[in-house]
Each structure stands twice: as structure tokens, then as C-alpha cells.
Design a protein around this ligand. Sequence first.
Ligand SMILES: *Cc1c(COP(=O)(O)O)cnc(C)c1O
Length: 228
Amino acid sequence: MSTIADNIALVSARIRAAAQASQRDESSVRLLAVSKTKPAAALREAYAAGLRDFGENYLQEALGKQAELGDLPLSWHFIGPIQSNKTRAIAENFAWVHSVDRLKIAQRLSEQRPADLPPLNICIQVNVSGEASKSGCTPADLPALASAISALPRLKLRGLMAIPEPTEDRAAQDAAFAAVRRLNESLDLPTDTLSMGMSHDLEAAIAQGATWVRIGTALFGARDYGQP
Ligand SMILES: *Cc1c(COP(=O)(O)O)cnc(C)c1O
């Protein structure tokens, strides 16, 4: 059976090959370990093998692991849907939020970000798959949302996040990620981040400019209960 360290080596090799294939510096693509449903021991193993950034979708689950792993210098990313009543705990306990798709949530995160922490890094989740996905703002709503978020004092707008409709068709993967890249370029804002690419499509995402790939299954194995 492969260990998490073996899996990290395999995923890192995929990232390296994909970066080389598009003449990108490998260090411009960072690996976010998506650890939802996995126990703290798995994250500890990933940490021992060199990973520092972990993405979680469910607040209570994430807070439990943060408490168990408080001895490690980890960077926590919230990547799941956000309800208004969860914003305070997210603002207090995460370094990044990848899944902001409406202004009300961003305003609360900014108001609730503790003064002694650096600004919260934000990606706007954009829906490039139309009706196939309910999460994410529409491309039409993006410019106004991005400009409003960039003005919030305790947030730092870093860029866009997307979860295109899953497909094994490389051309369709490329088209979806290229759409995200073009939307980011069309914003007249100093963004530096494209959070896109998962276990099955990281190569296409990197070809289209991903700076964070969010990888769960390829690192930790299949999840025991459903994907959100
Ligand atoms: C679960 C999840 C991932 C990881 O997906 P895998 O296919 O397991 O790599 C990435 N991003 C988000 C937002 C997720 O919810």
C-alpha cells in the first residue's frame, strides 16, 4: 500500500512535469493538501513529508483538527461553501478562504478578521460551468464583486478559484481553466492567484496558469463519505 509520502512524491512529479510542459517555473505552482474527512494523523504524516498548507471544507471538522495539530506550524485554507453564521470562526482560524462568492460573506469576514492577524487572503469562487454548479459567482457578477472585495480593509484579494464540471476530456478541462484565467486577466486588479485543479485535472489547470492546485484523493486516497 502506498503511503502519504509516496503519494506526495507522485503528485509533486505530476506538478513538475506539467509545469515543465508549459515552460512554467515549478515553484509557481503550490500544492494545497485537501484533507476533508481525513484524520489529524494523516495531516501529521503529510506535514512530516513536507506539506504545510491544508484545505478543509467543513468548519467543525477543521477546528477539531486545528486543535489536535496545534503544535505544528500549518497554514489553513477554507475551501467549502460558507454560511453567514460561520464567518467569524473562519476569519479567526484560517489564513486563506478560496470559496467567497458573495459580498455579504466577504464583508463579514473583513469585519470579523482579528486585528492581530494579517489580512485574510481571499479567492473569489467563480462558476464557469453554468448550471452544472450552484457555487460560485457568475462571470457577469465577478467584476463588481472583485472590486468591492478589493476595497475591504481586512481582506487581501488574491485571485480566483474554480471547480469546473468534472470531465476526463483534456480539451474541455483546458477550455474551462482558460476561461478562469481570462476572467482573472480581465479584472483590473493586482491578483496573483489562480486556485484551480484537483486530483483528476491538475495538468490542465497548470497549463492554464494555476498557482494553487487543491489535491485530496491523489494524496490521501478515496474519501469514506461523499464529496460535497
Ligand atoms: C474535495 C475538494 C478538492 C479535492 O478534490 P480531489 O478530487 O479529491 O483531489 C479540491 N477542491 C475542493 C473545493 C474540494 O471540495
